[in-house]
Design a binder for this molecule. Sequence first.
Ligand code: ADP
Ligand code: ZN
Ligand code: ZN
Length: 698
Amino acid sequence: MPSPAHTAISGPLSYACERPLAPGTLVRVPLGRSEVLGVVWSCAAQPPANVPAASLRSITADLSGLAPLSAAWRQLVEFTARYYQRGLGEVAVAALPPALRSLDAEQLQRRLQRRAAAAHDTTAAGPRRGTADSEPPPLSAQQQAALAQIDAEPGPFLLFGATGSGKTEVYLRSAQALLERDASAQALVLVPEINLTPQLEARFSARFAPRWGGDAVVSLHSAMTPAQRLRAWLLAHEGRARIVLGTRLAVFASLPRLGLIVVDEEHDPSYRQQEGARYSARDLALYRGRLEQAKVILGSATPSIESWYHSRPGGRYRRIDMPERIGAAPQAQVRRIDMSHQPRGAVLSPPLVEAIAERVRRGEQSLLLLNRRGYAPVLHCPDCGWKSDCPHCSAHQVFHKIDRTLRCHHCGFTQRVPRACPSCGNLDIAALGRGTERLEEHLAERLADVRRPDGQPPRILRIDADSTRAQGALEAALDQVHAGQIDVLVGTQMVAKGHDFRRITLVAAVNPDGALFSSDFRAAERLFALLVQAAGRAGRAGESGPLGQPAPSEMWVQTFHPAHPLFEALRRYDYPAFAESELAERQAAQLPPFGHQALLRAEARSQEAAQAFLTAAAARAQAEIPEYAAGVTLYGAVPQTIARVARVERAQLLVESASRRALQAFLAAWRPWLLELRAQPEHRAVIRWAIDVDPPSI
Ligand code: ADP
Ligand code: ZN
Ligand code: ZN
């Protein structure tokens, strides 16, 4: 019986139908006063005993023109709902293309017929001739070795390859080998960013369309129109699309003959869905691979600490190293600038400004990287180095501007913000990593007298979420950079990914320190990944230096902590050393992958109401399900890092356990009590609550 999208309904609902329907069949059913899309989960000859036959409503239509969704797909959805503590119907319907929700049986039938006719045409036209583009380059020795290992072993694999080492070529060849071996097999290739899919799609299409037809490669991501998405989804569901390239939502694509899953840049935070069912597409890809016996390749130059841990000898994944860059292009040289030796309050150090000016004069480009992802701000004293540590935890206390408090996100310990540095009395304590708002103007002033080779003043462009909100703005900005019209590009992490800026010879991290002392234990890992990726942008300049020889490129890091192990490891591009030190810290603090976490989040009109709900929820757990609560640690309620959004107050409560199984069992037992609690009149002020399993930050 189908299971519609409604967050309050957790299990399948029962409906009557005239003839037996195969599980996985799409149907339209009445729900309340509306009609919604559903998926048949099971079909019985008799109505279930607990539902009186008279109250059973009938399905409105079955969309059986479409092949039923496979058992594996349903199992993936079931697992997602169970693991991430969401409703089955909610996950199932969210996993389908939105256009399916509004199509009735007749419309769908028409669409399928039109498509069948079109399919016939392409076959009649025959395969297109190959182009020069589709000629694969001869493989490097390490690419060959990687492919041989992927071919010989079941995986999953962690392809640990430097930026520009040719990982994408390995994905292409693995997919090609699969398609050549099996006339109907399909591959799923996940990428983190929508704006990277067109580049990759072009590369895959050039390779595969000549031999396997124009429909062989399709994209699936949220920036497509509903009609485009439906078309791609149907091609995949029918097995005609052989390669699906997509962002996190594509992990739920219906792929009846799935044989290979690639997760490129597997460490990227955008694999995490941030609303509704908060799933990790990377983790689900691994589950799906196991379920469908598809090989899984996770690729990264800076893997997530968890994946690195699982790829240790004897671990769950096989690690494949590709340390060398194609064409022996050198990595950008890392230079650390000790900001404690620079003029006080300087946002850009004089040597860095001079280095940028030099590039402008030579007609080369620079990239200034700002770190402004919402890191929970930690207070520090620039004079003595004091930081707002929690006296009870290994965590730093977070500065909350609204009520001027310092709070530990781990244990909830709260203090007023001190007026002066508690260790040296300096009145000038500040949140780490601030003061970059006016960087662009500041830079323009400092470069005012510098001229480009053509005698013009330098051109500075800023790329961030604000400046590129308009449709096409990002593409236009990137085109300007590619065309060499820009001398200095100022941007957040969004410019560090994937884009090939061939003429950038200097990359500078302006204010990376905030992430070193963030209360978020994954902040350092993200910073390291960001810096390596950004350095990779500069390194590429060497491939086409103006005189055909590698242009020397540099990665500058402005920091108050030049000797920090993270920067030491960065200087040597030594990710393994960085990862080992992170793992040691995580082990000491029992953080993932050594411990497991979930957050209970609540939103209400007031912080008190949100926290009261969480506190009551913890008390219910201790009182009602003590046998499950014994397996976990429940911490105090705290405001979320971004505590207030659109006048809604948000709070969270951390649940930890050394055992994933114990945590899962606890959450499943807790959920009915949370529903019960939410229905109590004293918690009326709670707007919504949710459980976040394996939260990306706490
Ligand atoms: P990664 O995904 O590891 O960053 P890519 O696969 O994008 O690396 O490869 C980097 C560059 O090297 C690309 O321009 C690609 O076309 C080229 N390349 C990859 N493999 C080879 C090869 N075997 N021979 C020549 N060029 C290659
Ligand atoms: Zn604490
Ligand atoms: Zn001090």
